[in-house]
Write a protein that binds this ligand. Sequence first.
Ligand code: ADP
Ligand code: MG
Length: 461
Amino acid sequence: TWGRVCDELQKSVGKNNFLTWIAPLKVIEVEDGIAAFEAPTKFMRDWVQRNFSEAIQNELRKFGIIVERIDLRVSTAPMIRPANSANPVAQATTVSNSPRIASIKPRLAQTQDDDLPGAPLDQRFTFDTFVVGKPNELAHAAARRVAEGGVVTFNPLFLYGGVGLGKTHLMHAIAHELQTKRPDLRVLYLSAEQFMYRFVQALRERQIMDFKEMFRSVDVLMVDDVQFIAGKDSTQEEFFHTFNALVDQGKQIVISADRAPGEIKELEERIKSRLQCGLVVDLHPTDYELRLGILQTKTENYRLQYPGLMIADGVLEFLAHRISTNVRVLEGALTRLFAFASLVGREITLDLAQECLTDILRTSDRKVTIEEIQRKVAEHYNVRLADMIGPKRVRTIARPRQVAMYLSKQLTTRSLPDIGRRFGGRDHTTIMHGIRKIEELKGDDRQLAEDIDLLRRLLEN
Ligand code: ADP
Ligand code: MG
C-alpha cells in the first residue's frame, strides 16, 4: 500500500517535495495507531515531522489506515560504502534511486519508433547535457561517432563502467541524436532485461518468428546492462543469433555492461569473443575536475529553475571533493540542496550543505582528522604545531591557523563548535571568521590558493 499512498502524496505535496523528503523515508511498522518511519538524517526527520506528518496521516487515512501520529526515527543502518567500493548500488539507492520513485522518473519520451518495442528515452540524456572529462572522453568520442549514423566503423561499440558513470546517458544521447540526424534509421534501445522479457513473452505467445523478424529489422540496436543475461541460457542464445544477424547485415550495435566482456561470468565464450570484436571502451571513475564540471553545469540549470537562489563560493568544490565517484549520487545531493534552500529561503552555504547532506557526506568521508590538518599546515608554513591551537595573534601564525580552520571545514564533517574546540577552545564565530577570511583572500592571493590546493591534495592521499 505504501507505494499507492506515495502516489497520492506526490499529488498532494508536489513532486519536488515528495522526491526530496518523502521518497527517502522507509516504512518501519504501523502498529497501535502509530506509523513509524525511518529518515536518513536527523535533519530530514525533523523537517518531515514538522511539515509532512499531517499530509502522510491524511493520505494513510484514505487507504483506511488510521493512525494517531507519525513516528520518525533516524536510520541506524550501517554506514553505506562509498560508490567505488564493493556495493555501489547501496549508495545510489539512498539518494534518488529508490525503487519507490523509479516509476515516476520525470520527462520520459515515448518509444523511439512506434512499432519498435524499445524503452522510453530520458529527454535529459543528450550530448548537450553530458559533461566530458578525462575519465569519459573516449567513451564520449566513440558514442559521438556512432551517433553520426554513417558507415559502421566498429561493431559493436561496447561501453562499460561502474554504476552511475554515464553509460545509459550516452546510449540515450546516441538515440536522440540519430532521431534528428537520421530519422530514416530504425533505432532500438532497450535493457538486456527487457530483451529477455520480450523474448520470454514471444516464446509464451508463440510469436518467436515475429520477435526474430522485428529485432533483425533494426538499423541500430542498443542493449543496456548486458551483464543481466549472463547465466540465462536461452536468452543468451537468442541474443547471440540476433547479434550475429545484425552484424552480418552491417548494422550498428551498441552494448553496455558494468564490466568488461571478459569479466562477465556465465556469459558464453563465443558471445564474449564477439563482444570483444568491436571497440571496447570503459568509463573511468570520475575525477575531481569532472565532478566539478558536472556540478557547475547542473547548477546553471537550477539557477534558471530557482531564480534568486544564492550559492556561496566553495560549495560546489566541497561537494566535488567529498562525494565519491558516482554521478547519480552527486546529482541527488545537488537536487536536495536546491530544493531545501528554496523551501527555507536560505543561501546555499557550506553549513547548509553539511546540515542537509550528512547522510551522503558520511559515506564518502575520507577520514582526514583535524589533528592531521593542523600538523600538515604547521609543517608547510614552518610554524610550531602548538601555535596552531595557541593564543598567538601575529600574522605569521594566525594566517596558517586560519588555513587549517578552513581546511578542517572543507575536509571533515566537523561542526564549527567542534572545530573550535580542537583549536584550543575557540568560539565557533572565531572559526567562521577565519574561514571567511581565507575564502576572501584566496580569490586574489594566488600563492595562498596554491598552498591550499597543495595541502588539500597532500591530506587526501
Ligand atoms: P550508468 O548507466 O552508467 O549507471 P547513468 O547514465 O544512468 O549511469 O548516469 C547516472 C546519472 O548521472 C544520470 O542522471 C546522468 O545524467 C548523470 N551523468 C553521468 N555522467 C554524466 C556526465 N558526464 N555529465 C552529465 N551527467 C552525467
Ligand atoms: Mg545504466
